[in-house]
Design a protein around this ligand. Structure first.
Ligand code: GLA
Ligand code: ZN
Length: 658
């Protein structure tokens, strides 16, 4: 198990290095991550490469028995490069150029930037290929984050048109047909006529906008793959390659699954609170991000930036309470992190991240945060259950095209994809049922339950897989707006809604209503109690013969329409929730799903997370031996006759559970 810190020795007098590393070791570190923003130090003038500073750092690290993860520095290019080649700078939708001074302002499609990237990365990796202390390379930093997923420069425009030529095999009529450009007289006669979806009067064609989102993701992943391939070509056999992915991943035009496939292992930057947030993410949402990261390669992962101090560039918000950041580190380990580095050793006094605090503050003293990390590191290093594979019976599915389709047309001003995803994820977390979070292209046939939140894009292939899953005994939980669109982001036509699967779901949607901010609709359980509330959206479901109505609408004109149904289909069952329902009702529906699937509901109380892990990796799927309890509250909680202090953990043998 690697445990360490993100270290920027170039920020400090070199005389501090020895003492820094001594205290790191005393804290429990065995690895440091360095280098990720130091291109200018490594190439102070074009073509003049100088790795002597990092040679010194690595030599020092070795005397302290610290291993090294080295970051390629392409997130922050030198000023001389921007000066000599301003074409590398990305552009906003309004044409404004992103000037030098921040980070990640480069255009992924800039041929010039690709060339300079090739030079620095090749030189760097070749220089250290035989360095035994360097065990891994981190490619760039949070690629696609902080708004860098979008660029509207001329190079991107030309690359987008080339992308479309390729997708539509040079056949402009195929594109016209797929887009429906006959609408508003937009028919193209040449790919060179096709715009980027920049500002226009009213709005662009939804199919064009989805192709643009796919192009953005392709641009980022192509740049990443170019660099990953370079690292693989020049690295030592003992060196692996990874990349540090960011949270908020559903809000970016970037499918992280594609890059994850190129990596030896996935790394994640885990910040439960960042910037001006008044409160941290809820434990369930942090858990969802960890399940998502684990799902990218369906294997455990690293965290290379685990929050320890309050963070923000221009605004700082909530201060993690004593032990709370330590608890988030335990939560990450319990949900599949095998190796962890904390961000960062010491906060910096100058530059843009003065308020991105680290373990050691600017007084350079050993304080509370140091002791919390030390306690954590010395404990988890002795916990075999925190590095074994995780088994889940439930998978919650997302789809890049579908996420982007919602980003393009929210349909309700109350719609937020992550929150609608959480609406169906959270009840499983409350039941302390381990879940995988997977892209639809992963194999989900072996699960007992699969969940599809707001899956409006549906093609026949996915429909067929869902049908097979249920027919062979699976339980499907489907959310609202199911299967209304095709992969071109256009409505399915001349067929019942939901397309391809209305018989599987057990009904048809006859009408729908957007429930915008502040709007809700009354819902009631069959039989008249309990009542429920629909927000954001509602589908009026006309149940088919044999489908059972669990909840229906309760307002004038719509009482005869179902809101929640369950349908038996061959060996399996489908639960269909046709609206954004309140927490209590969703908990009832998920309770029924779990019971139908034969999965134990292990709910305890809100913010008391329970995670089972096997202590021996050779144990079969789901054969767990220990239980981790995490108290995400500011009060002591009692579980199994044991008291857990605020923001603390308790580990017990499963065999001791009553
Ligand atoms: C991100 C980046 C780091 C740093 C931290 C600050 O995760 O990867 O370089 O900017 O945020 O919180
Ligand atoms: Zn560009």
């Amino acid at each position: 198990m690697y445990l360490g810190v993100d270290y920027y020795p170039e920020h400090w007098p070199v005389e501090m290095m020895d003492e820094d590393m001594r205290r790191m070791r005393e804290m429990g570190c065995n690895i440091i991550r360095i280098g990720e923003f130091a291109w200018q130090l490594m190439e102070p003038k074009e073509g003049q490469f100088d790795f002597s500073f990092f040679d010194q750092v690595i030599a020092k690290a070795k005397t302290h028995e610290l291993k090294v993860m080295f970051g390629t520095p392409t997130a922050t290019f030198p000023a001389w490069l921007a000066k000599t080649h301003p074409s590398i700078l990305a552009q906003e939708m309004n044409g404004e150029v992103r000037v030098f001074g921040g980070r990640r302002q480069y255009c992924y499609n800039s041929r010039v930037y690709q060339q300079y990237t090739e030079k620095i990365v090749s030189k760097l990796v070749k220089h250290y290929a035989n360095e035994p202390a360097i065990i891994a390379w981190q490619m760039d930093n949070e690629i696609g984050h902080e708004g860098s997923d979008q660029c509207y420069c001329e190079q991107c425009h030309l690359s987008f048109q080339d992308y479309l030529r390729d997708v539509y095999a040079e056949d402009i009529d195929r594109l016209n047909e797929a887009y429906g450009t006959i609408f508003w007289g937009q028919t193209y006669t040449d790919f060179a006529q096709i715009p980027m979806p920049t500002h226009t009067v009213t709005t662009h064609n939804p199919a064009l906008r989805l192709d643009w989102a796919r192009f953005r993701s392709d641009s980022i992943n192509a740049f990443a793959k170019m660099q990953i391939d370079l690292i693989k070509r020049h690295r030592g056999a003992h060196q692996q390659v990874t990349h540090n992915l960011f949270g908020g991943f559903f809000n970016r035009a970037y499918d992280q699954n594609v890059m994850a496939a190129e990596l030896d292992f996935v790394s994640y930057d885990n910040y439960p609170v960042w910037g001006g947030l008044k409160e941290p993410l809820k434990p369930a949402e942090i858990a969802m991000t960890l399940d998502y990261i684990r799902g990218l390669k369906q294997q455990n992962f690293w965290i290379v930036e685990q929050l320890m101090g309050a963070q923000g560039h221009n605004h700082i918000g909530y201060l993690p309470r004593p032990k709370q950041a330590q608890l988030w580190a335990y939560q990450a380990m319990a949900r599949g992190c095998d190796n962890m580095l904390f961000f960062r050793w010491r906060g910096m006094d100058r530059g843009a991240e003065q308020f991105c605090l680290g373990i050691v503050d600017i007084d350079n003293e050993t304080g509370r945060k140091y002791r919390e990390v030390q306690e954590f590191m010395h404990d988890v290093a002795q916990q075999p259950s925190l590095t074994t594979p995780i088994h889940a019976d439930v998978a919650i599915l997302y789809d890049y095209d579908n996420i982007q389709s919602w980003a393009i047309q929210q349909q309700s001003d109350a719609f937020d994809f992550t929150q609608e995803f959480m609406r169906l994820y959270a009840p499983f977390h409350s039941a302390n049922v381990m879940t995988d979070v997977l892209s639809t292209d992963k194999d989900f046939s072996k699960y007992k339950v699969i969940v599809l939140p707001v899956m409006q894009i549906m093609d026949e292939a996915l429909a067929h897989r869902l049908r097979s899953f249920v027919a062979s005994g699976g339980v499907l939980l489907m959310g609202y707006r199911a299967a209304i669109k095709n992969r071109h982001n256009n409505l399915h036509r001349f067929m019942p809604t939901p397309a391809f699967i209305h018989d599987l779901l057990g009904g048809r949607v006859r009408e729908s209503e957007s429930l915008g901010n502040g709007i809700s609709a009354p819902v009631v359980a069959k039989g008249g109690y309990p009542r429920a509330v629909a927000t954001v959206w509602r589908d009026m479901i006309e149940p088919s013969e044999g489908a059972q109505v669990l909840y229906h609408y309760d307002d004038k004109f719509y009482k005869e329409y179902a809101c929640v149904t369950v349908n038996a289909y061959e060996m399996g069952f489908v639960y269909w929730v046709g609206a954004g329902l309140d927490e209590i009702t969703m908990s009832d529906v998920v309770g029924r799903v779990l019971e139908k699937a034969g999965i134990a509901d292990k709910a305890i109380m809100d913010r008391l997370e329970r995670i089972e892990r096997s202590e021996f990796s050779e144990q079969g799927d789901g054969q767990n031996s220990v239980v981790w309890y995490l108290n995400h509250t500011s009060h002591p909680q009692t579980v199994q006759f044991c008291t857990i202090a605020p923001y603390s953990v308790l580990k017990r043998q499963l065999s001791d559970e009553s």
